[in-house]
Design a protein around this ligand. Structure first.
Ligand code: NAP
Ligand code: 8YV
Length: 314
């Protein structure tokens, strides 16, 4: 008999096809926690997603749980500490999405600097014909870009930015052996930067790291790009800073309460909004899906996963 696997959130047809060769796949609709309470007793494997994580209480309701495979690199929605205590392996999908998410960050940075959302609306509303050329936007050449989180994706962003003639600086927990200037203090970096690109993990440690002081330091011409997690930026402070002109513009792929996006952000034409699609291309999701499935299948075959999270490495 195949072992039971719970799928939380959606997966591609390709993932489903491969998973059902090894597992009895359960894919409940609606309240997953309630489904687990009623049916979790025989679940040994879980496939989760960035937004659809696994809490300690959910783990307790799945006493046979062996592996949680996260279909994404960020695993802040999984209580990893609780998993480690229970001997549950947690895996994720690092590296295969670096290029795509870095492209999304660059796309958002340019969209904000060059008024893409404003100018698109300007044309569609017939204003080009009626009123003449749209207002001038800003060149990124010569600006200073501060990368918040210089890990796998942050480093890829910095490398890609090399062709734009910008100065690159970064903030992380520790200084790296890289050609870019390190700032141990985020507010100081925001003060020195014209653009901040946020790409740290989410979770308690980084919650509201980008707060009112950081946004004030970035300033009235400053651009904030967030492709990390909504929790890293204080969204209320961001809205206030944009409303009062203390921050120039923002370009956001992630939000504090996804999929809800505050109406104030939607109403502003100096804000570029994406529905958490940083890695969402067919090609990259295929690579992520293959890795997430491989981690589950290897564990079911008695082997070791390809990409355990750091807390679960030997
Ligand atoms: P990573 O390689 O682990 O890099 C994380 C970076 O953040 C590291 O440089 C780390 O600093 C820094 N960092 C962590 N905690 C910090 C703190 N408290 N203060 C300052 N810096 C801190 O991770 P990654 O693979 O690049 O992914 C980063 C995150 O991007 C993921 O966790 C996920 O949340 C997000 N993401 C979003 C999307 C999307 O669709 N928008 C897609 C993929 C990933 P040290 O190097 O000094 O430890
Ligand atoms: C996806 C992500 O939204 O990898 C991550 O951390 O946020 C994204 O790639 C998601 O995880 C896909 O399931």
């Amino acid at each position: 008999m195949k072992p039971a696997m719970l799928m939380i959130g959606e997966a591609t047809e390709r993932m489903l096809g491969r998973l059902s060769e090894t597992f009895e796949v359960r894919h409940p609709e609606g309240d997953v926690a309630a489904w687990i309470d009623a049916n979790g007793a025989d679940v040994e494997y879980v496939l989760s997603k960035s937004h659809d994580g696994v809490s300690a209480a959910m783990m307790d309701a799945m006493p046979k749980l062996r592996v949680i495979s996260n279909y994404g690199v960020g695993y802040d929605s999984i209580d990893t500490e609780a998993a480690v205590k229970r001997g549950i392996m947690v895996t994720h999908t690092p590296d295969v999405l670096n290029d795509e998410v870095a492209n999304t960050a660059v796309l958002l940075m340019l969209a904000a600097a060059r008024n893409l959302v404003h100018d698109d609306a300007y044309l569609r509303a017939g204003r080009w014909e009626a009123e003449g050329p749209a207002p001038l936007s800003r060149s990124v050449r010569g600006l200073t870009v501060g990368i918040v989180g210089l890990g796998r994706i942050g480093t890829t962003i910095a490398e890609k930015l090399g062709v734009f003639g910008v100065d690159i600086v970064y903030h992380a927990r520790s200084e790296k052996d890289v050609p870019w200037r390190y700032f141990g203090d985020l507010t100081e970096m925001a003060d020195a930067a014209d653009i901040l690109i946020v790409i740290t993990p989410g979770g308690a440690e980084t919650k509201h790291m980008v707060n009112a002081s950081v946004l004030n330091a970035l300033g009235p011409q400053g651009i904030l790009v967030n492709v990390a997690r909504g929790s890293v930026v204080d969204e209320a402070a961001l809205i206030e800073a944009l409303k009062t002109g203390r921050l120039g513009s923002a370009a956001l792929d992630v939000f504090e309460n996804e999929p809800h996006v505050p109406a104030e952000l939607i109403a502003m034409d100096n804000v570029t909004l994406l529905p958490h699609v940083g890695s969402a291309t067919v090609e990259t999701r295929q690579a992520m899906g293959d890795l997430a499935v491989e981690n589950l299948v290897r564990m079911a075959d008695g082997g070791k996963p390809v990409s355990p999270v750091p807390e679960c490495r030997d």
